[in-house]
Design a protein around this ligand. Structure first.
Ligand SMILES: Cc1cc2nc3c(=O)[nH]c(=O)nc-3n(C[C@H](O)[C@H](O)[C@H](O)COP(=O)(O)O)c2cc1C
Length: 335
């Protein structure tokens, strides 16, 4: 391989401020989901994607003693920590506190959860551009790492202000934007509008990351083609399939369409996930925490409803192992 070919091969896929990433794909932040354990499992497959933490409340980070939400492992880098809040000074302090452990700081201006919106955080900030701008510039001025902003298309279909918001974020100092192609009032219903994300991309010079409904390598390619965005962020698609980001990277970078994981492979991952959560939280709490994931890991198999019923009642790793063995045996018997 000559130098030119080598440079071409190692060219950054996505540049955010001073950070060069060798992947266009980002793990989207998901509260209660993208903890250190899940991020490490995604990293087992993809060595290059940017991983994002769950949202970290700026206020809680600065006031609470429990800092377990920022637990992380060095294999997770490049790693972005996402901050929520609505007080510029406090958020700037929180960003400063996270700077040493973050590759990038992401600001949550898109979460539509009632508890968050009631607190004037998340997508509520899309209704107050002046305050949103103050938050972005305060954080930007307090850290020397890149700052990104994640938001939606707007509050509802009548107030889609994402273009104005994107321009404001760029002027306020954001190094990249990640936009979920839905409004607040849509929550997670309907279809993410990738064409609108293309309009946002055309309205600013900084990189724009497309987000929403990218659940397969083919959809990833299609979203990049439609939106012409610089990168893509994957959320729910990794539930039960943490290797999805790697398969997307292989497809969009090397045109290599890898097979989806078999049920055996999914269950192996579910067990790794379970054991790591149990190590972190203790067996009882770790297994309880895993309840929200089991349904995704066994999605599509025969008798999934019955197994899900059993899985939310187990209390030990040993029981889970037994149940998984039964699932595999019954799969073999049904062949
Ligand atoms: C359970 C769950 C938790 C989420 N938590 C966050 C969060 O903490 N911060 C955030 O910006 N977005 C959050 N999101 C939104 C996702 O990052 C993403 O924007 C959304 O799910 C659309 O992408 P997808 O279709 O790939 O899932 C969450 C979504 C889900 C389903």
């Amino acid at each position: 391989m000559n130098t030119k070919q080598y440079q071409e091969l190692n060219k950054a896929q996505l540049t955010i401020g001073t950070v060069q990433l060798n992947s266009k794909v980002i793990l989207a932040p998901m509260a209660g989901i993208t903890d250190s354990v899940l991020r490490q499992i995604v990293r087992m497959f993809s060595s290059d994607c940017l991983l994002t933490s769950e949202m970290v409340s700026s206020e809680a980070l600065l006031m609470n003693h429990d800092k377990s939400i920022i637990n992380h492992n060095k294999i997770e880098y490049p790693l972005s920590f996402q901050l929520s809040g609505h007080k510029p000074e406090l958020m700037a302090k929180a960003a400063k506190a996270l700077e040493e452990i973050s590759t990038i700081i992401d600001i949550n201006m898109g979460c539509p959860a009632p508890k968050i919106v009631r607190n004037n955080d998340g997508v509520k900030l899309m209704t107050d551009l002046k305050l949103a701008s103050q938050i972005i510039s305060s954080i930007k001025n307090s850290v020397s790492i890149p700052v990104t902003v994640k938001f939606r298309l707007g509050w509802d279909s009548g107030t889609k202000n994402f273009i104005e918001f994107a321009k404001m974020a760029e002027e306020s100092g954001a190094d990249a934007l990640c936009i979920h192609g839905r409004t607040k009032s849509q929550m997670y219903s309907g279809i993410a509008d990738w064409h609108a994300l293309g309009e946002a991309k055309n309205s600013v010079k900084i990189p724009v990351i497309a987000n929403g409904d990218i659940t397969s390598p083919e959809k990833a390619k299609s979203c990049l083609e439609i939106s012409k965005c610089d990168g893509i962020a994957i959320g729910r698609g990794i539930l039960g399939d943490p290797g999805l980001i790697y398969r997307i990277e292989e497809y969009i970078q090397n045109d290599n369409l890898l097979p989806e994981p078999t049920i055996q492979e999914r269950l192996e991952l579910a067990l790794i996930h379970c054991k790591k959560e149990a190590e972190l939280k203790g067996e009882i709490h770790g297994i309880k925490f895993m309840r929200k994931f089991f349904g995704h890991y066994i999605k599509g198999i025969r008798n999934a409803t019955k197994y899900r019923f059993d899985l939310v009642r187990v209390t030990s790793i040993a029981e889970i192992e037994d149940l998984f063995s039964t699932i595999i045996e019954n799969l073999d018997n049904s062949c």
